[in-house]
Design a protein around this ligand. Structure first.
Ligand code: FAD
Length: 391
């Protein structure tokens, strides 16, 4: 008797392990295989930007190693293994540097997103770090110690840049944040709320530089102790380490080269099904019925639905309103951005660093909100008034 082909999951982030757990709630028999190009440690990625505040290094953030996860999930977990190609006709995977082919009964892409690297010149690019997973975080913490870093320049004043700014300030470091746009979290927060968040971080010592791009990172002549960060407006900042946080892009290359439909993310319907038979996607890599949402709440909703679907009970995913909490305790911030095609206007109530932005249409319906400081207490009340993202 031959073993049935396994359900194969590519990726062991919150998406990959999340769908594995959900699947096992409904099916304890079908063989399950997870394949990851990282070390397979289970961890909560959002905690990467609270490590200095909570004094947690990579080891402390590790919830379980790959072996423990395999045992808990009654699965195989192959680490440091890159999936190179998918043959969706024969339903087999090819792995990098290996001859073996892996057959699948169903395949799930949970390949996440990669950091966007800004084009930088200079002779000190080895001092530029980006932190998008636990292995990156180990490297970053090690470098911070080895270099005895005190001054950190952060490229990008978005969600991740501002969270790292707050966390590093809490850790006692000096922080400069550089962003070409005019205020922080430019794609998520309306300006009055962003100014409140900025004020909160400035009160803790952050220095913001809005307008210029970072062009080069160089060691000063004759010294390797520090770096000079050159800005497009002619400014130069001194730092010990640079953190690049300009955003992420869904990992769609493997799907694309395997002939699976992609757009901004791997295209799926509301069953998380891609254009290929028995192939699914969820998490940062997926574009679910037009939505690319690189957050934990949508990924968990998707995992719950897909867990049932894979176990033989086809289930669509719904997205309720899912406000995003920005982990900036210097100025607590919650935002539920209006849909891209929403028609309405922002109205603000501002009282110091307490700001309440409400986005309403002509009929007065609430379509989005942004809250900072004291006003974050309104979150639950306002959340109930929001329409679902995907009913
Ligand atoms: P990932 O965790 O990136 O996992 C991708 C997996 O795919 C990895 O295991 C990788 O090895 C594997 N992989 C990729 N390609 C291949 C291949 N070809 N072969 C084999 N393996 C492959 N979200 C929130 O909702 N709230 C927050 O407060 C929050 N804070 C954040 C703070 C930081 C610093 C960061 C970086 C993100 C934060 N996010 C937050 C976003 C959230 O963490 C992500 O949306 C989520 O973790 C994505 O999980 P994922 O499983 O889709 O992707």
């Amino acid at each position: 008797e031959t073993q049935p082909a396994p359900v194969v999951i590519i990726g062991t982030g919150l998406g990959g392990y999340g769908i594995a757990r959900e699947f096992r709630k409904h099916d304890s028999d079908t063989p399950l295989l997870l394949i990851t190009e990282d070390d397979g440690r289970a961890y909560s990625k959002p905690m990467l930007s609270t490590g200095y505040t909570k004094n947690t290094d990579g080891a402390a953030l590790t919830q379980s190693d790959a072996g423990t996860m395999a045992a808990n999930l009654d699965a195989s977990v192959w680490t440091m293994t890159r999936v190179q190609a998918v043959d969706t006709q024969r339903k087999v995977l090819r792995l990098a540097d290996r001859e073996t082919e892996v057959h699948y009964a169903a395949l799930v892409f949970a390949t996440g997103a990669s950091v966007i690297r800004p084009p930088l010149g200079g002779n000190a690019l080895e001092r530029v770090y980006s932190v998008n997973d636990l292995m990156d975080y180990d490297d970053f913490r090690t470098a911070m110690e080895r270099l005895e870093a005190k001054r950190i320049a952060i490229i990008g004043g978005g969600l991740i840049g501002c969270e790292f700014a707050n966390d590093l300030l809490n850790g006692g470091f000096e922080v400069d944040v550089i962003d070409p746009l005019q205020h922080c979290l430019p794609t998520l927060l309306p300006e009055p709320c962003a100014r409140a968040l900025q004020t909160g971080l400035e009160a803790k010592g952050a220095r913001f530089h809005f307008g210029p791009l970072v062009t080069e990172v160089n060691h000063p002549a004759g010294s390797r102790d520090s770096v000079e960060v050159s800005l497009s407006d002619g400014g130069v900042l001194e730092a010990d380490i640079v953190v690049s946080a300009v955003g992420v892009r869904p990992n769609i290359e493997l799907a694309k080269s395997s002939g699976i439909a992609v757009n901004r993310g791997i295209v799926t319907d509301r069953h998380l099904k891609t254009s290929a038979e028995d192939v699914y996607a969820l998490g940062d890599c997926a574009e679910v019925d037009g939505h690319v949402l690189v957050y934990v709440a949508p990924l968990m909703a998707a995992a719950r639905a897909l867990g049932k679907t894979l176990a033989g009970e086809p289930t669509q995913v719904s997205y309720p309103a899912m406000p995003v909490t920005i982990k900036v305790p210097a100025c607590p911030t919650v935002v539920a951005p209006p849909a891209a095609d929403a028609e309405g206007e922002w109205q603000f109530t501002v009282d110091g660093t307490s700001t309440q932005g409400e986005y309403r249409n002509a009929a007065g319906d609430l379509l989005g909100f942004a809250l900072t400081g004291e006003a974050t207490k309104q979150k639950m009340t306002l959340q109930k008034l929001l329409p679902p993202i995907m009913a």
